[in-house]
Design a protein around this ligand. Structure first.
Ligand SMILES: Nc1ncnc2c1ncn2[C@@H]1O[C@H](COP(=O)(O)OP(=O)(O)OP(=O)(O)O)[C@@H](O)[C@H]1O
Ligand SMILES: O=P(O)(O)OC[C@H]1O[C@H](OP(=O)(O)OP(=O)(O)O)[C@H](O)[C@@H]1O
Length: 420
């Protein structure tokens, strides 16, 4: 296909003009954006001995139509990938995710040591040959895809938006337990939207036409475009803004927003609401890697393994208490049976039961046993009640720091995913 194209800024603010020349027998339809206008001019070109006819086509496109973020995968991969020996972990440089990440790593006994607060690098003394790079969240994902970093911690929303389903991104841990939110459509609670309670109803509103589409402002154009397509929202148009999106409908600059929601307070305070079918994704912080780095750079898989073990052990323990109590009984087996049949709390694999030796008469003797159980924090009071009901006393409750399993499920899944 012969296609000559040039782009010129038009004098009219907010428009760009695209001029193209192309063979008359080429399909034109794909060149016309839905909201642009085209001017066609047919001319003979025989004197130059080239293609007999040329069709000159000018397309005018509103610049406000947002394009998805430029893909940054395969083609943009850094050619220094193979030369680099040091392993790189990218962490969010600012905001709530930065704080949450540093705190989580600290709780896993991985201290991020930043020699100079004004620099963007750090190290983690517990992990050899690892360099930490602090980056904006979108850049964490871009740099994973370009091969400039190997591992990262970032919100899943950002992986989904900037990763654009690139097969090189692999999520090692999908629930790090902070930065929980969801990406959702928010529409006004008032005016023409007052009785709208689902995306289907929104799409069916007669107000939206090709000339007057539903205007949605968002920072998530990739996910937003996919959502519009999936939901059949034909007459809808996305625009972008970096913050304070919730103000746009009241200002009249958009009809709806597509933004992150956590408690829902910001939506509510701006007279906006979520509707059925309007939730795009749920998100929280994730541990993510470049598949290529895991497979090809020496040491990346080992570091991923160690970090995953520590994260899993800590996150499992975080929701549990260690509960110990004394119980009279004839034998450990008899006590175990009482716990397993008469309570809802068997512990991790089952209760740990050990004899308690007393020596009132000078001779060691076993009258009762100590029972140790891991109990979910939410179940604590029910568990204490049930233990008491079967003869438990002197119940002690202590926090748990780590629970190391034989091998984390997510590690097995990672190896499977990598076909190792
Ligand atoms: N209300 C929220 N509650 C919990 N997590 C959130 C919330 N809003 C956003 N997040 C998570 O935190 C990430 C960063 O959002 P945040 O609004 O803090 O950005 P930021 O780092 O301050 O950048 P910016 O200044 O560009 O807004 C989001 O990508 C998302 O994963
Ligand atoms: O449902 P809520 O708990 O009210 O949280 C939602 C708000 O949190 C985020 O903004 P953030 O506070 O990070 O400020 P930002 O707009 O500057 O990103 C998000 O963009 C929403 O505005």
């Amino acid at each position: 296909m012969q296609l000559l194209a040039s782009l010129t800024k038009c004098s009219t603010l907010g428009l760009i003009q695209i001029s193209t020349e192309l063979n008359i027998n080429n399909p034109l339809a794909s060149l016309f954006p839905r909201s642009g206008t085209a001017r066609l001019q047919l001319s003979s070109n025989q004197k130059e001995g080239g293609t007999p006819y040329k069709l000159r086509c000018q397309v005018t496109v509103p610049t406000a139509v947002p394009q998805p973020h430029a893909p940054s995968g395969g083609a943009g991969r850094s050619n220094q990938f193979a030369d680099r020996k040091v392993i790189r972990l990218a962490l969010p440089s600012k905001g709530r995710m930065a704080e949450g990440t540093i705190n989580l790593l600290k709780e896993c006994q991985l201290s991020v040591h930043k020699p100079n607060p004004r620099q963007y690098t750090a190290d983690i003394p517990e992990l050899d040959n690892l360099e930490v790079w602090f980056q904006r969240e979108s850049d964490v994902v871009r740099k994973l895809l370009s091969g400039d970093v190997d591992l990262g911690i970032v919100g899943y929303d950002i992986v989904a938006e900037y990763g654009q389903d690139d097969g090189d991104l692999i999520i090692i841990h999908d629930a790090l337990g902070f930065g929980e939110c969801h990406l959702s459509l928010g529409i006004p609670t008032y005016g023409i939207f007052e009785n709208v309670s689902s995306v289907a109803e929104l799409a069916a509103m007669p107000q939206w036409t090709a000339d007057h589409p539903l205007r949605i402002v968002t920072g998530f154009t990739y996910l937003g475009n996919r959502f519009l397509k999936n939901k059949g929202l034909k007459h809808a148009q996305l625009s972008t803004a970096d913050g304070a999106l919730e103000a746009a409908p009241a200002m009249g600059t958009a009809d709806a927003i597509l933004d992150l929601v956590s408690s829902g307070t910001t939506l509510k305070e701006n007279n906006l609401k979520e509707i059925d079918g309007g939730r795009l994704i749920s998100s929280q912080a994730v541990f993510v890697a470049s598949k290529r780095a895991l497979l090809e750079r020496k040491g990346v898989l080992d570091i991923a393994h160690e970090m995953l073990e520590r994260l899993e052990a800590h996150l499992r323990a975080r929701n549990q208490f260690l509960v110990t109590g004394n119980m009279r009984g004839d034998s450990p087996a008899e006590i175990a049976e009482r716990i397993l049949t008469k309570t809802h709390f068997p512990g991790l694999q089952g209760p740990t039961i050990s004899p308690v030796y007393t020596s009132k008469t000078g001779i060691a003797k076993v009258d009762y046993y100590a029972v140790a159980l891991c109990i979910r924090k939410n179940d604590l009071y029910d568990a204490v009640r049930e233990l008491r009901a079967i003869g438990g006393s002197g119940v002690l409750v202590s926090p748990l720091t780590y629970i190391f399993e034989e091998e984390p499920r997510r590690w097995r899944e990672l190896l499977q995913n990598l076909e190792l």
